[in-house]
Ligand binder design. Sequence first.
Ligand code: IMP
Length: 433
Amino acid sequence: MGSSCVVGLQWGDEAKGKIVDLLCDQHDVVVRYQGGANAGHTVVHEGVTYKLSLVPTGILRKGIDCVIGNGVVIHPPALLQEIDRLSAQGIDFGGRLHISDRAHVILPYHLAEERLTEESSSTADHLGTTLRGIGPCYRDKVGRVHGVRVIDLFHPAVFRDRLDRIINYKNRLLAAMLADFEPFDPRTVADEYLDDAETLRPFIRDTTAWLHQSLAHGKRLMFEGAQGSLLDIDHGSYPYVTSSNSSAAGIAAGSGVPTRHIDRWIGVVKAYTTRVGGGPFPTEQDNATGERIRRVGREYGTITGRPRRCGWFDAVAVRYSARVSGSTEIAIMLLDVLSGFDELKVAVAYEKNGQRIADLPASLADFDLCQPVYESLPGWSEDLTGVRHWSELPLNARNYVQFLAQQVGVPASIVSVGPDRRQTIMVAAGTRA
Ligand code: IMP
């Protein structure tokens, strides 16, 4: 086996970090290719809980190299805080973290711009973002005139000069929109960022060249998606999406590595569905069922602490995202959370104006008209957290997993029944649906 990708197939928070951590043994390098500090992974490794945001999960494993690719957006103060926090927990970065010189940089005005658009927009336009400056930074990247890349921080005179012009422009714009706006001082911002750049210097390189060299030396890469495929800027529930290609579609652009190098395409799903922020969610249970899933699954955002919206598994949405992300196997996470329900529902189709539709609609108005068509399956009462083998799972739990896999059209290769790496069931190829 060579390289792999691990990508979420729902609206993020599918517990991808655990799968990446689990598969580290079979890889040499873990690569982040999109997003930024909007992502949050909680990984329990050898009994210790680590919270990761920008740093790839592989950093928890000795001997694994980690890459923050060109498609990621980096807020240097947040990254340094994360490095400090992980170092204080005993994680050794020694030569293992590689940050792209082409990645774009989040500046303080991006955070102000996002607060402005999120706080001043009407409820209907409010996206419910993580307020980490992700959208405004990607906007400047695509707009080009105001984009700042990591490499720019290593040309101080040019950077200072450019930042002066950018901040002058942003200050005028923000002052016109915000009553109590404190203008940014270009010199203070430049000083802070140039200082941070010096601390980060040992990690910065041309990561695309580095990755190609690694491949040439037979290293196995694992691409770690952040957010989920349904939040993809092109293929997700636009505009309620993030600003990057969070499906597997982003891998080549965000790392410079063609996807022909990938052998294993793993899609990660929860055994139910969650979503943070606004946007369509046909199987949402804004009732006691949703509350129970939230309570048992501890469904609160890793980064923002916001309660996640919870609902039944949506096979229509996952079938779609598995296709977009090219998944050939799925990992089903948090199955243990569903213990104790008499009945479990799975959306197998949508109905719009009395007609069955099999694909996700492009328009939000159409999405709102979609009613899920459910199939019900009997639940199980047993606690699953101690189960380690497929044959030990209650029959109804096995049937549930097989049903999800059949509906998505992709076999289930891994089932997770708790946060610890030991709480994992590998499904032998012969038993997969
Ligand atoms: P942004 O990525 O901060 O611009 O937020 C855009 C949308 O993506 C919002 O609905 C966020 O809640 C959602 N989002 C961003 N990152 C994550 C994540 O890591 N998990 C789940 N949702 C996320």
